[in-house]
Ligand binder design. Structure first.
Ligand code: ADP
Ligand code: ADP
Length: 237
């Protein structure tokens, strides 16, 4: 069974205007994301990519359809159990979403602190993660003392803190210059290869898909209009 299985998933939002039609952000999406995949989701702004990821992370409920993450039907379980699922999912963002008032070290420790892990375990894990992303010497720095690429490396370390099976990257390189983008993508490739972490990579940039993804879904107007191996999807005449 796929690590993430979406079956006829639809998400609608009420229209901002009275008596107008609802906004269909995600429209009848069926997808299988296998363990170990780096699965790209590409499409223009408004295509429904971010909404799809919020559904997988159980940040919002789907309107209809079913979402199964690692064998658990997340559309059918109580909030208390969703917290356990979210610990198995890491997320990184375009604007990094770091806590500016916390040091790099505290940012990376945060998910472990929230999860109530013992102090010694947290310390060992944070040191290991900072070494992995090459930021050991920045442990006591604050986010605004870092470059964009360094901030995203902190974001990646924080996302990996709870040893998730799945990493969701929402336009994670869109705020970075081309060179830094390639550095961050190279780090994400290592995360996939060395730890076997499955990734869903949302982007509007074809370059990102070409350099990191093995599979891709093309979204347009809430629908997946094409999907499969990157090579096959983009070799069409
Ligand atoms: P993107 O770059 O992914 O298109 P947006 O700027 O559209 O992002 O959306 C940013 C945030 O605003 C998201 O959390 C999204 O859920 C929310 N959002 C987007 N469109 C609307 C809308 N029409 N009404 C309310 N919230 C929205
Ligand atoms: P993408 O990530 O591909 O840019 P989104 O998932 O952000 O697309 O948005 C898909 C559609 O759903 C857009 O029309 C957007 O305005 C709408 N939308 C997203 N979030 C919300 C929200 N919280 N409330 C209302 N409409 C939203």
């Amino acid at each position: 069974m796929a690590l993430v299985a979406l079956r006829n998933v639809t998400k609608t939002y009420p229209s901002p205007e009275r008596n107008a039609e609802a906004i269909v952000a995600v429209d009848d999406v069926t997808l299988d994301i296998e363990a170990g995949d780096v699965y790209g989701i590409i499409g223009y702004s408004g295509a429904g990519k971010s909404t799809l990821v919020r559904l997988v992370n159980a940040l919002e409920p789907a309107t209809s359809g079913s979402i199964i993450v690692d064998g658990t039907e997340i559309t059918a379980i109580p909030e208390r159990q969703l917290r356990g699922i979210r610990l198995r999912i890491g997320m990184i963002f375009q604007q990094f979403n770091l806590f500016n008032s916390k040091t790099v070290w505290k940012n990376v420790a945060y998910p472990l602190t929230v999860a109530g892990r013992p102090k010694a375990e947290i310390a060992a894990r944070v040191d290991e993660l900072l070494e992995f992303v090459g930021l050991t010497d920045k442990a006591r720095s604050y986010p605004d003392q870092l470059s964009g690429g360094q901030k995203q490396r902190v974001g990646i370390a924080r996302a990996l803190a709870t040893s998730p099976q799945l990493l969701l990257a929402d336009e994670a390189t869109s705020a970075l210059d081309p060179e830094t983008t390639q550095e961050v993508l190279a780090l994400l490739k290592r995360v996939n290869r060395e730890f076997g972490i499955t990734m869903i990579v949302i982007t509007h940039e074809m370059d990102v898909i070409q350099s990191i993804a093995t599979k891709v879904a093309v979204m347009d107007g809430g629908r997946v209009v094409e999907n499969g191996d990157v090579f096959e999807v983009f070799s069409n005449p």
